[in-house]
Design a protein around this ligand. Structure first.
Ligand SMILES: C[S@@+](CC[C@H](N)C(=O)[O-])C[C@H]1O[C@@H](n2cnc3c(N)ncnc32)[C@H](O)[C@@H]1O
Length: 216
């Protein structure tokens, strides 16, 4: 038998499946557009399967310490590219995102498109970045990129190459995994780096760490 109440007062549920943070939209894994892209792919080789929370904390940090307008910024291990998209949209930054996994690109371009900005994507490992490549950037950002022990030394080498090339600021956000602390130890000892903790309360309450290397 039909329920007359239900017919007269249909329940309308709006399911948005995205997070709106600091003026930037991040689609969640269950968003239909994301599900469609995931169905077209085989999967991700190195965890570029969502926007990671360290990105949100890094975005928040960047609201306090923003880049100069039109800065040239490299997002290493950019995944879906949200932090770079935030910098392009809010600070007119010229952002290049690199990721070893080419499958992240459609997700990055989708986010750039819904946030009405553009960033350049290159499918490559950060190990391949030469001093000449790095000399074209003012800053490097990265979120949740230091999760394997084998990544520590190549990342430290990248930081050293970047500083030699004239990059002025390097920011690496992380939940605090052991390889990240090994990288921090090397950078504090040899490069006068600092580490700060940063907490956000939305879209989730979470606290992460940011390795900061700055040169005058
Ligand atoms: C945990 S995800 C973080 C993605 C993004 N930064 C974020 O916060 O949402 C790590 C990303 O680093 C990429 N990656 C891993 N090793 C890399 C390498 N050697 N060079 C460039 N990207 C790499 C992965 O493909 C993945 O997209």
């Amino acid at each position: 038998m039909r329920n007359p109440d239900r017919q007269q007062n249909p329940v309308i549920t709006t399911i948005s499946h995205f997070v709106d943070y600091l003026g930037i939209k991040a689609l969640q894994s269950r968003h239909p557009a994301i599900r469609r892209l995931k169905r077209q792919q085989q999967g991700h080789s190195a965890h570029g399967n969502k926007v990671w929370r360290s990105s949100f904390v890094l975005m928040d940090y960047l609201t306090t310490y923003p880049p100069k307008a039109s800065s040239r910024i490299l997002d290493v291990g950019c995944g879906w590219g949200l932090t770079g998209i935030f910098l392009a949209q809010q600070y007119s930054a010229n952002v290049t995102g690199i990721d070893i996994d080419p499958n992240v690109e459609p997700f990055l371009q989708l986010h750039a498109s819904i946030n009405k900005c553009s960033i350049v994507f290159q499918a490559r490992g950060f190990e391949t970045l030469t001093q000449a490549d790095l000399s074209t950037y003012d800053s490097i950002i990265a979120a949740d990129i230091c999760f394997w022990d084998e990544t520590v030394d190549p990342l430290y080498d990248l930081i050293c190459r970047a500083l030699k090339s004239g990059v002025k600021r390097i920011l690496i956000a992380d939940p605090g995994r052991p390889p990240f602390w090994s990288l921090c130890d090397q950078c504090v000892e040899s490069l006068d780096a600092q580490i700060v903790t940063r907490r956000i309360y939305e879209p989730w309450k979470t606290e992460k760490f940011i390795l900061i290397i700055e040169k005058p």
